[in-house]
Design a protein around this ligand. Sequence first.
Ligand SMILES: NC(=O)c1ccc[n+]([C@@H]2O[C@H](COP(=O)([O-])OP(=O)(O)OC[C@H]3O[C@@H](n4cnc5c(N)ncnc54)[C@H](OP(=O)(O)O)[C@@H]3O)[C@@H](O)[C@H]2O)c1
Length: 505
Amino acid sequence: MISNPLRDPRDRRLPRVPEPCALVVFGITGDLARKKLLPAVYDLANRGLLPTNFALLGFARRDWGDEDFAELARDAARKAARTPWREEVWERLAGSVRFVQGSFDDDNAFDQLAATLGELEGTHGIGGNAAFYLSIPPAMFPIVLKQMQRTGMADSTPDRWRRVVVEKPFGTDLASSRELNALVDSVFTADDVFRIDHYLGKETVQNLMALRFANTLFEPVWNGHHVDSVQITMAEDVGIGGRAGFYEETGAARDVLQNHLLQLLALTAMEEPVEFSAEEIRTEKLKVLRAISLPEDLGTFAVRGQYEQGWLAGQRASGYRQEEGVDPESTTETYAAVRLGVETRRWAGVPFYLRTGKRLPRRVTEIALVFKQAPHLPFAATDTEELGNNQLVVRVQPDEGVTLKFGSKVPGSVMEVRDVSMDFLYGEQFTEASPEAYERLLLDVLLGDATLFPRNAEVEASWAVIDPLEEFWAGTTPHPYRAGEWGPRAADEMLAAEGRRWRRP
Ligand SMILES: NC(=O)c1ccc[n+]([C@@H]2O[C@H](COP(=O)([O-])OP(=O)(O)OC[C@H]3O[C@@H](n4cnc5c(N)ncnc54)[C@H](OP(=O)(O)O)[C@@H]3O)[C@@H](O)[C@H]2O)c1
C-alpha cells in the first residue's frame, strides 16, 4: 500500500495545532503586549492554529473586569493584526479571555490567578496546560517567578505542561545573566523555558538554514577558502522613540549586538546540525558562539558611536543627547560595530564585521558573504575595473530575500565585465505572506518547539563576547555621527585598515 505523506502525523508540512492550553500574559497593558502579542494571538486564531480549548489570561494592575480586558485586546488586535479582520473569529476568542488584577507583590492576586487556571480546566477544558509570558520590566522577573513557584503554577507534571517565556534583555552582563538563568532554572525545568529573540522568528532567518542545508550550490563555498569576510548589519532609521530610560541604561551593544547580531552570526557560521531539532541546532550555534574571538586591537576594531542632529528622509532629526529623557552629557552608544573572528577550521582568518545603529539612512537587516576575488583574471585590467567581489546577501528585513552579486559581460564588442545582481524576493515567489515573528514564536511556545529559542548557555556565551567590549568602552565617549549617515568615520576606518569597505545596503 502506498502511504500518503500528507496523512503522516509526523509530516512537518502539516499545520500543527497545540494541545488545549492557556496563555497567561503578565504585563498585558504594556507596549509589547498591545503591539505584538495580542495581534499575534488573533492572527493565530484567524489561521485556525489555536486549539479549540484555549484561554487567554491577562494580568496587570488596572482595576478591570474581563470585559475591559476583552475590549483592550480587541482594539490592539484590530489595529495591528496581520491577517484580515473577521468578527466571528474575535467573538470566539473573546469568550475565553480572563483578566486577573493585581500587583506582582500581591500574593492574593497570584492565588487568584492559580484558581482561575483551575476553573478554566473545568469551563474551557484547557487540560491544565499553560504558558506564562513575562512581558514585564526585567527587574520584575524575580518577583513574578517566585510567585509562580510559591503557588505551584510553574510545575509541569506528566499530565500537564507549564512553560515560561522570557523577553530580552537576558541580563545586562555575564554575571547578571547567570543569576537570571539560575533563577529561571530553579523555578522551571530547562525544557520549559523559552527565551525570545524575535529575530529568530523571521522567515528569512529560517531560510538561511534552507539555503545552506537544502542546496548543494552554496555549502561548498561557505568557508574561509572562498569567503573573504562576512558583514552582518542591523540598521534602524528610527531613534529611541519614547524609551530613553531603557536605552540610556542599555546602548546598542547590549540591545542588539549581544542577541540579534550574535544569533545571526551563529546561524551563518554553524555546521550542519545532525537533525533539524531544537537540541541539535542549539548545540551547533553554541559551538560557534564559544569559538568567537575578539580582536586584540579593540581601539581600531571595536567602534561605538552616538548620533548627532542631522537629516533623515528630508526631515530634521535631533541628536541623541537632545532626545527627551536623555542626559545631555550621555555617553550611551547608539551605534556599535566590531570585527569578530570564529576560531574553527571553517572560518579561521575570516573577519565577521557586525554593526548596528539607530538613525542610519534606512531600516535594513542583512547578512552578506563577501567572496574572495577570482585568483586570476584573463582580461585586460582596464576592462574589469568595476569588478567587485562576488557577494551573497541574505536580506532579513525589509524586502525579505536573497541577492547574488557577480560579474557579467557588458554587451558589446569589448570584453568588459561589470557586477550584476540576481534577486530572489519572498514576496514575488510565494503567495502566502510570512507570519509575523511573534506569531510564529508564540505558536512554537504553545507547541513546545524550542528550535528558534536560544538556550541559557548561548545567552551566557554571547555575554562573554560583549563583556570585554563594554569594559573597554567604559569611561570613553562614543564617536559622533550625523543622523542620516552610515555611522561614525571610525567604523569606516576599521574596515579600511584591512582594505575593505562596508556595504551600502
Ligand atoms: N516594547 C517592545 O517593543 C519590546 C521589544 C523587545 C523586548 N521587550 C521586552 O518586553 C518586556 C515588556 O516591555 P514593554 O515595552 O511592553 O513594557 P511596558 O510597556 O513598560 O509594560 C510593562 C507592563 O508590566 C506591568 N507591570 C509593571 N510593573 C508591575 C507590577 N509591579 N505589577 C503588575 N504589573 C506590572 C505594566 O502594567 P500596568 O498597566 O499595571 O502598569 C505593563 O503592563 C520587557 O522585558 C522589554 O524589555 C519589549
